[in-house]
Design a protein around this ligand. Structure first.
Ligand code: ARG
Length: 491
């Protein structure tokens, strides 16, 4: 039996450093389960099509169950060659050497990547479901918690905490929907494309696809082995998910500073300093922010490696794959950590309300009243209020002064009592009055919350269905393997 399935007799042995340079072993561990299942499904199909005898199929399946992929030899380039070598070692080349009939590493690796990525996508979607649920639970608690809304990180207008958190919910709901959409293009089987041109054996691509839980095949065999756009689009979704998580992270980091001091991060999620015993550093939120950079890097690396590749398979594709796993791991762990953070973070609602009263952030409400009650054009009202703001010495409203200033600015035509002014400028009534759909009023946010809960339930059901489909496919594969191994009945 040969020592190296690929090189013996043609190329001779390879130096360790070049073997290491060429090998994909270190990333291939992600593919292990998929590669074994692919081989099983392929063998079942070959046996059913009588390209292999049932007993050959049974022996190969038996060997696959015994294979241990924990120690792989980089000199054999990748997991695919290691697996075949190990099977040959277990049952000999006469039967083991038949496993690669009608397939290639090219269709096999493309399929294994789709299987591994599919599992990651399911896990990502399930962790996003939990995150979404946690955000909605927090929203429910704080429908009436008034806080400053910001633009340019300057206090702008009062909103509620529920309104703000729901904005984060909505972006993660869209990321979830993007993954769901991408799943259609991901969950297709390249198997049977072989190296690029299919095979002269009468194989059944659909049977393999079905046994592996795919919804169909990537039809064109050249496309099947060369395309990685199914992964690029998922990488983009990961990058976008991280962008959205990094936005929450940044807010938590800022809000936890002594200057803002409106949230208290749970101890579990902060670290301290080795020299300054008083420090509480928001390291988990900072790391989510940082990992966003790593995921962006992977997206760009992936796309750049794909650029200008001639069809069909080129080993450049091997170099691209690692970026998928790095990004999946980083995004998955970030979602889980953020879910925990948001579940436990404590908001200081009194402080939030008192901050919402600062910096004249209900100035627009005053201008709106001048328009609504006195028929002024908005630009005129805006100018009057701007003058009032300019004249006030502090960043707080003094209702009596405001009343006088407005009267002066309008030659006594507009008289508003200090009580009325206080009511207009109150951030709580400001928020209540924003009853436009999608606005911060508790009734509106309450309605949005109900809608989102329904959507979340629907999405949860979809995910459960998909997970069940994959579980059923895996049982189908097991059953098909057992069927090949059963002795043939003679009539
Ligand atoms: N290790 C390779 C990869 O990850 C598998 C396919 C290799 N094919 C080849 N013709 N060299 O892409």
């Amino acid at each position: 039996m040969s020592g190296d399935l690929l090189r013996d007799g043609l190329l001779g042995p390879r130096s360790e450093s070049i073997a290491k340079f060429t090998s994909s072993i270190k990333d291939d561990t992600y593919l292990a389960k998929g590669v074994i299942d692919i081989n099983k499904a392929h063998i079942v199909m070959l046996a059913n099509k009588r390209i292999l005898s049932k007993s050959e199929g049974a022996a190969l399946l038996e060997a696959l169950n015994k294979v241990d992929l924990t120690n792989m030899d980089p000199k054999l380039e990748d997991i695919h060659m290691n697996l075949e070598q190990k099977v040959v070692q277990i049952i000999g080349e006469e039967v083991g050497g038949r496993m690669h009939t009608g397939k290639s590493r090219n269709d096999q690796v493309a399929t294994a990547i789709r299987i591994c990525l599919r599992n990651f996508v399911i896990d990502l979607m399930s962790s996003l479901i939990k995150l979404r649920e946690t955000i909605l639970n927090r929203c429910e608690e704080c429908l009436y918690t008034v806080m400053p809304g910001y633009t340019h990180l300057q206090r702008a207008q009062p909103v509620t905490l529920a309104h703000q958190l729901m904005a984060h919910y909505d972006s993660q709901e869209r990321n979830w929907a993007r993954l769901k959409d991408a799943y259609k293009r991901l969950n297709l089987s390249p198997m049977g494309a072989a190296a690029l041109a299919t095979t002269s054996f009468d194989i059944d691509r659909y049977e393999v696809s079905d046994l592996l839980g795919f919804d169909g095949i990537v039809e064109n065999s050249i496309d099947a082995v060369s395309s990685r756009d199914f992964a690029a689009e998922i990488l983009f979704v990961l990058a976008q998910t991280m962008a959205d998580l990094s936005s929450v992270s940044e807010e938590l980091v800022i809000w936890a500073t002594s200057e803002f001091n409106i949230v208290k991060l749970p101890d579990q999620y902060v670290s301290t300093s080795s020299i300054m015993p008083q420090k509480k550093n928001p390291v988990t939120a900072e790391l989510i922010r940082a990992k966003t950079g790593s995921v962006y890097g992977s997206l760009i690396a992936f796309l750049t490696i794909l650029k200008a590749l001639p069809l069909s398979y080129n080993i450049d594709l091997q170099e691209a794959t690692q970026h998928l796993w790095l990004s999946c791991e980083a995004t998955l762990s970030s979602i889980v950590v953020m879910e925990g953070l948001l579940k436990e973070v404590k908001f200081d609602s009194e402080k939030l309300l008192s901050e919402a009263k600062e910096d004249l952030s209900t100035a627009t409400d005053l201008a709106d009243t001048l328009v609504r009650d006195f028929g002024l054009p908005f630009r005129v009202a805006y100018r009057i209020v701007r003058t009032v703001v300019k004249e006030l010495a502090t960043s707080d409203w003094d209702a009596r002064k405001v009343s006088v200033l407005i009267s002066n600015e309008t030659d006594g035509k507009i008289l508003l009592t200090p009580e009325r002014i206080s009511a207009i400028l109150d951030p709580i009534s400001s928020v209540k009055n924003k009853k436009v759909v999608g606005g911060p009023s508790p009734t509106e946010v309450g309605k949005s919350l109900k809608k989102r809960r329904k959507g979340l339930e629907k999405d949860t059901n979809w995910l459960e269905r998909r997970t069940r489909d994959l579980g059923e496919a895996s049982s189908r594969l097991e059953a098909a393997c057992i069927n090949i191994k059963l002795p043939t009945r003679r009539s």
